[in-house]
Design a protein around this ligand. Structure first.
Ligand code: ADP
Length: 259
């Protein structure tokens, strides 16, 4: 399809949203959610109106990352108003269910929850909606990639071989359903010691860049493994909010510029 034109058979249009970027990873725990919120903030810093949709129904993390957790208000009985913080519009399945509720959503139920968050939320108007996808390349992910009118996908990986194999699967999944790959980000690319400032390449380094080159997709940048990213994120303050002048924040902002 021409850029911007909906691909045939894409069922879900999201009212009020100009472009939708999926942030995906082949497996969990690689920093996909942390990248999603910081990417959203980096795009905000470029002057765009940005929303963040937490579609990771198995482990929603936007409530923790954004420090926001109340139930969204309803307008006209069923349309939800997104919550707001840091100048971002936010929606997460985590706003709708208690944290302790077991996530026993399966197959079609997962898709219907996601579709509700896309269609029945009064977004915007937004320039960009960043979607924090569920990790992996199973049915729910494929259905979402197929049915939502995605502008493109960003794939997050850590440098280890195993993570890269999964990242390759993620790239293949989006390509199969004709979603453009905006690029690959290497997270935890190197460790900066908070005491001496020295740099260690714990998981090796540069693997994701090489993989992107091999696959012929853009490389969007690398994010260091940094204590502050973890500490601040867990406290509901993404590093781009907590410490916007830091090198870590700069790394996320550079990725937003590349996207
Ligand atoms: P995913 O969404 O892929 O499961 P998260 O974004 O939830 O991963 O990150 C998993 C954990 O790793 C979180 O505790 C997060 O704070 C931490 N983390 C992610 N990226 C970094 C990084 N670059 N440096 C330090 N900690 C990180």
């Amino acid at each position: 399809p021409a850029p911007g034109a909906p691909a045939p058979g894409r069922a879900i249009e999201v009212p009020g949203v100009k472009s939708i970027i999926a942030v995906a990873s082949g497996k969990g725990g690689v920093g996909k959610s942390t990248l999603s919120i910081n990417l959203a903030l980096g795009l905000r810093d470029l002057g765009l109106k940005v929303g963040l949709l937490d579609a990771d129904i198995y482990g929603p993390s936007v409530p923790r990352l954004s420090g926001v957790a109340q139930k969204p208000e309803l307008v006209d009985g069923k349309t939800m108003l997104p919550l707001e913080n840091f100048g971002l519009q936010l929606m997460s399945i985590g706003f709708l269910v208690e944290e302790e509720t077991p996530m026993i959503w399966r197959g079609p139920m997962v898709m219907s929850a996601i579709s509700q968050m896309l269609r029945e939320v009064k977004w915007g108007p937004l320039d960009v909606l960043v979607v924090d996808m569920p990790p992996g390349t199973g049915d729910a992910q494929l259905t979402m990639a197929q049915q939502v009118n995605l502008t493109g996908a960003v794939i997050v990986s850590t440098p280890q071989d195993l993570a890269l194999i999964d990242a390759r699967r993620g790239v293949a999944m989006f390509q199969r359903v004709n979603v453009p790959i905006l690029g690959v980000v290497e997270n935890m690319a190197y460790f900066v010691c908070p005491h001496c400032g020295g740099r260690s390449e714990i998981f090796g380094h540069g693997g994701a860049h090489q993989e992107a080159d091999k696959l012929g997709v853009p490389f969007l940048g690398e994010i260091p493994l940094h204590m502050r990213i973890r500490e601040m994120s867990d406290a509901g303050l993404p590093v781009l909010v907590a410490d916007p002048q830091s090198a870590e924040a700069g790394a996320y902002r550079a990725v937003a510029r590349e996207v």
